[in-house]
Structures are given as structure tokens and as C-alpha cells.
Design a protein around this ligand. Structure first.
Ligand code: GLN
Length: 199
């Protein structure tokens, strides 16, 4: 891990402050004097060592990112510096390369070899929490799903890290981590630590 990391959190929509505080807790827990930056300007992308795309509405977030000129610097930093990116919920949708529905509505970053279905468990009322088993985590993880997507299929170098029954809910490909749930809404920082180890 970099000695003093700068972690950027896309600051358009979603649980931004929760991501900031859980990443700050994580940095503190590993004694990393790094900082967490809320990203509101494409010029900030060059200054970060890792990026988090939070949940929210993938249509809104991706279109604002695209129209405000974020995609070019993000993709450049991915290609030239292997920028680690964690996408949670809507962020997971944006990292995918194939969508099952709403093909035109979401601007995909196409970073990961996975096919994603939005709102796959239903609407807001079908939001839920459950214990999942995550690859190499010793104890179960209580995951919070809010209008969550499902990763329907992975291929190439994309590896499944967690499933609920037959539904993939967490995957990793190289420096990219996609979760269909919200790690920032629990006090368990094991996923944030896992992401820090990818930097
Ligand atoms: N349903 C949302 C979408 O597809 C994601 C929901 C969330 O991020 N909590 O964009």
C-alpha cells in the first residue's frame, strides 16, 4: 500500500459522507496518514491513488460524470496508473461492461468483465440486510442491499467474491472491486481494508 494514500470519493449523489467517514476510520485503523477527498471536479482525479464510486442512481451519476468530463481522466488514470476503483451499488453498475436492461440510460465505464442487472431484487421496499460469505473473509459479513443490482455473469479475469444463492453480489478484476451492497452503511470496515490493500 502507498504510504500516504489519497482516496477520492465521487461527490455527486449517495452516501458520500458515510463513505468519507468509513474510509477515514479505515485509514486510522491501519495507521495510514492518508486523506479522503470528495471529488467534484475532473481535475482532482489526477491527485488521487484510488477512487470510490458510491451508490445512488447509476443513470444520474453516470450521466453527470460523463457530461462533466470525468470519464476521460478516470480512464486515463486507469490505463496509465492502474487506478484502483471500488464501485458500490450504482457504482457497481457503472463499472460493468454489459447491462441487461436500460442500455441507453447508463454510461458504463466498461472496466470489468461482468454483466449487471439493475434493481434486480426489486424496488426500495425490497431492500434488505443479510449475512454473506466473502471469499477469504473468516467471518460472515452483514451486507445492506438497497435497490441493489445483481452481477449476472462474469468472464475473463473477473472473479466472483460473494454470492447470495446463485446471485453474484461482489466481484474483483485486477484493481477493480464491485459490490452490489453498501459497505459504508455498516461499522464493519473489512471491505474498506481489503480495498486499501489493493492500492
Ligand atoms: N438502483 C440503483 C441503480 O441502478 C442503485 C441503487 C443504489 O445505489 N443503492 O442505479
Amino acid at each position: 500500500m502507498v504510504n500516504k494514500v489519497s482516496i477520492g470519493i465521487i461527490g455527486i449523489q449517495g452516501a458520500i459522507s458515510e463513505h468519507v467517514s468509513s474510509m477515514n476510520d479505515t485509514l486510522e485503523s491501519v495507521n495510514n496518514p492518508g486523506k479522503v477527498i470528495v471529488i467534484k471536479d475532473p481535475l482532482q482525479i489526477d491527485k488521487i491513488d484510488a477512487l470510490i464510486i458510491p451508490g445512488g442512481e447509476s443513470t444520474t451519476i453516470s450521466n453527470i460524470l460523463f457530461q462533466s468530463g470525468f470519464y476521460k481522466p478516470i480512464l486515463k488514470k486507469i490505463n496509465e496508473n492502474n487506478l484502483p476503483v471500488m464501485g458500490t451499488c450504482a457504482g457497481c453498475v457503472i463499472l460493468a461492461s454489459v447491462l441487461i436492461e436500460n442500455l441507453e440510460e447508463v454510461k458504463l465505464l466498461s472496466a470489468m468483465d461482468m454483466k449487471v442487472k439493475r434493481n434486480a431484487f426489486g424496488g426500495q421496499k425490497e431492500s434488505f440486510e443479510c449475512n454473506i460469505r466473502i471469499h477469504r473473509f473468516l467471518k460472515p459479513y452483514n451486507a445492506i442491499f438497497i435497490r441493489a443490482p445483481i452481477i449476472e455473469e462474469v468472464w475473463g479475469d473477473c472473479k466472483i467474491l460473494a454470492k447470495i444463492e446463485n446471485n453474484i453480489v461482489m466481484a474483483r478484476q485486477d484493481n477493480f472491486l464491485a459490490l452490489s451492497f453498501h459497505p459504508e452503511l455498516t461499522n464493519d470496515i473489512r471491505i474498506q481494508k481489503y480495498f486499501l490493500d489493493m492500492i
